[in-house]
Design a protein around this ligand. Structure first.
Ligand code: ZN
Length: 351
C-alpha cells in the first residue's frame, strides 16, 4: 500500500493555552507542537504531504447545528467585546454556568444576554476554551479530514490527516473534551453520501468518542466501533462509552463499545481489536475511517492504558489487513516524545 498525508498550516492556529479542571487553571496539553511533531515524523518517513482543500460550511452543517458553528466562529470576538479580556482579565472563552435541562428545559430556550452565560450553551465542560485561532483551527482540521476522504473516494488506498484540534468528543449541538467540530464524523458522513452503503469508523483513541456515537446512534449506514478506557472506572467522557450502548432505531447493532480496564497493555488491547476487525470484515464497508488517537500509549498523561510502540505497530497491521480504502484522522496523543513514533508505528503498515 502507499500512504499520503494532508497538511494545512491551519492545524497550528488553535492555541489551547489553558483550561479549568477541578477549579484550577491548568496549562492545556492539546498544543500546536503536536501537529509540528507529526509533520516532522511524516517528512522523515518520506510520506508525501499534500495541501488541504477548502470545503466550506456545507459538510459541517450536515453534522453540527448551525447555531453552534456560528457561536464557535464569533465566540472569541464576543468575549473581547464584552470586556472579559480586560476585566477579569481572561484571554480565553470559558463557561461558568450550564443550562441543565431539569433547571430550564421546560421553559422556552433563550439566548442569554451575557457572553459569559453564552459560553455554557454549547460547551459541555470547562476544559475546552476558545481563543483567537480556535475556529480557524477547527475549520482547518475539518478541511484536512474532508480532503483525505475525497482522496480515498477517488481511489487512494489510505490517506492520513494529522489534524488538530481533535474532534470525536464533539456532538451535533455541543463541543468539549478539547474538540470543537467532529472531523471524523463529518468525513464519514460525507463518504456515506458518495454512494456507499456502509462506512465503518474504528476509534482507537484512549477515550470513548461520545460525540461520534451520538451523531450516528440512530443510523445504520455508518457503524461506530470504539475501544477505550472504561468510563465506569472514572475516565472521561464519564457518562457514556459503556458496552450496553448498541445503537437505536435504524442504528440498532451499529454501535459497539469495548471498555478496557485501566492498565490494559498490548495483548489485551490487540485481542479486542481482533474481535472488532472480524466484525468490520463481515460488514464489508466501502470505506474505513480511523479515529487515530495514541493516548492509549503507556507514557501518555491522559490515560492509564499501557500500549507500547510495538503494540501500535500491531494495531496498524491489523487495520491495514482489512484492505479497505482507509481515512486516518488524528485524535489524541499528549506525550510529545511518544506521539510521533507511536503514530508512525500505526501508519507503518499503510505505507
Ligand atoms: Zn483521547
Amino acid at each position: 500500500m502507499s500512504l499520503v498525508a494532508v497538511w494545512s498550516d491551519g492545524y497550528l492556529a488553535h492555541d489551547a493555552k489553558w483550561l479549568v479542571w477541578a477549579g484550577m487553571r491548568l496549562d492545556g496539553d492539546e498544543e500546536a507542537d503536536r501537529a509540528e511533531i507529526l509533520r516532522a515524523g511524516l517528512v522523515q518517513a518520506g510520506v508525501e504531504l499534500l495541501p488541504a482543500e477548502e470545503h466550506g460550511r456545507g459538510p459541517i452543517e450536515a453534522i453540527h447545528e448551525a447555531g453552534m458553528i456560528d457561536y464557535l466562529e464569533h465566540a472569541y470576538e464576543g468575549w473581547i467585546d464584552a470586556g472579559y479580556t480586560e476585566e477579569p482579565g481572561s484571554d480565553r472563552v470559558v463557561p461558568y454556568a450550564f443550562p441543565h435541562p431539569d433547571a430550564f428545559g421546560a421553559y422556552p430556550s433563550r439566548v442569554p444576554k451575557s457572553r459569559a452565560a453564552m459560553a455554557g450553551v454549547y460547551c459541555m465542560d470547562t476544559a475546552t476554551t476558545i481563543g483567537p485561532g480556535t475556529y480557524r483551527g477547527a475549520r482547518a482540521a475539518v478541511d484536512g479530514a474532508l480532503t483525505a476522504a475525497r482522496m480515498v473516494r477517488d481511489g487512494a488506498p489510505a490517506v492520513y490527516a494529522p489534524v488538530r484540534p481533535p474532534g470525536h468528543h464533539a456532538g451535533t449541538s455541543y463541543f468539549g473534551g478539547s474538540c470543537y467540530l467532529n472531523n471524523v464524523a463529518i468525513a464519514a458522513h460525507w463518504l456515506s453520501g458518495q454512494g456507499a452503503t456502509s462506512v465503518a469508523i474504528v476509534d482507537i483513541d484512549a477515550h470513548h468518542g461520545n460525540g461520534t456515537q451520538q451523531i450516528f446512534y440512530e443510523r445504520g449506514d455508518v457503524h461506530y466501533f470504539s475501544i477505550h478506557v472504561d468510563p465506569g472506572e472514572g475516565w472521561f467522557p464519564h457518562w457514556c462509552g459503556f458496552a450496553g450502548e448498541t445503537g437505536a432505531g435504524a442504528g440498532e447493532g451499529a454501535n459497539l463499545n469495548v471498555p478496557l480496564s485501566p492498565g490494559t497493555g498490548d495483548s489485551g488491547y490487540v485481542a479486542v481489536l481482533d474481535q472488532i476487525c472480524a466484525k468490520v470484515a463481515t460488514l464489508e464497508p466501502e470505506f474505513l475511517v480511523i479515529s487515530l488517537g495514541v493516548d492509549s500509549g503507556a507514557s501518555d498523561p491522559e490515560s492509564p492504558l499501557q500500549v507500547s510502540n510495538d503494540g501500535f505497530r500491531d494495531i496498524g497491521r491489523r487495520l491495514a489487513a482489512l484492505s479497505t480504502p482507509t481515512v486516518l484522522i488524528q485524535e489524541g496523543g499528549y506525550d510529545l516524545r511518544a506521539l510521533g513514533p507511536d503514530v508512525m508505528a500505526v501508519l507503518d503498515a499503510f505505507r
